[in-house]
Design a protein around this ligand. Sequence first.
Ligand SMILES: Cc1cc2nc3c(=O)[nH]c(=O)nc-3n(C[C@H](O)[C@H](O)[C@H](O)COP(=O)(O)O)c2cc1C
Length: 266
Amino acid sequence: MKIRLNYFTGTGNSLRILTTCKEIFERKNYEVEIKSITEKTDINADFDLVGFCFPVYAFGLPRVCREYLNDISKQPDSKNAFLLVTCGEIDEVGFALDIGKKILKKKNYNVTYSDAIHMPANWVTFITLPEKKEAETILEKAKEKTGVIANNIINNKEYHRQFNIPEKLNKFGLYRQHYLFHRFGIYNMWKMFRVYDSCNSCGACSEVCPTDSIVMKDGKPKWVSSCEQCMRCVNYCKQEAIYQTYGGNTKGKSKYIEPGFKPLKQ
Ligand SMILES: Cc1cc2nc3c(=O)[nH]c(=O)nc-3n(C[C@H](O)[C@H](O)[C@H](O)COP(=O)(O)O)c2cc1C
């Protein structure tokens, strides 16, 4: 069986999930290919199973993920697929899975398995991230859950995580936050990135950006409109120099990158 796995990741969580799936699939002697959607490679009809894993952004899918799904070719025959999302809070998945499944259906994918996996949150400019120990515990549990999911998938079990309203919001609040980020925030919040004086002009932020959205100008990073706000730059910066205006301070806050993730090497 030939399996193609596709991910987008800011801080390594979504890649970690698919890497774990890949290891499990390969132990069963399946042939597995894993690709970042930023490479923009289409998915041909050769694969028997196609898997996707994306982070949840504001109760939805990142723009770059929706665009990728909308751009891939329609499969000539119905193709089995699974869709996983990684989230910072398990009850804050919102519409992410439904959005992905809807697009995949149009592309003739038969999504038989869809689920969310709780991973350490990374939206460091606007929330408080878990401390190192707590992040390790979350990662440990996520690894276990991914193992179960991967085995379920190869044993042809079907499952769909149900939509729910997050505990801390009502329906109006959920729609409002989703709408504000995806219709307004994504097109404007990249303008809010700044650097503290501790920026040493090393350019690492620009090198690691998965969407090539940071250019170095006069020795300082400048963000452009293709920025997905994936937080890789903010969490990766060794000088902890990146923040966002209007309350997106990062000084003294704990940062997060999935421990095995090496963005410079990918
Ligand atoms: C802009 C942004 C918005 C986010 N919104 C949500 C959200 O609505 N619900 C949630 O559970 N996690 C949210 N998160 C947390 C991420 O989904 C989570 O940390 C994910 O595992 C990151 O995956 P990655 O490392 O593959 O990028 C958000 C993160 C970012 C950067």
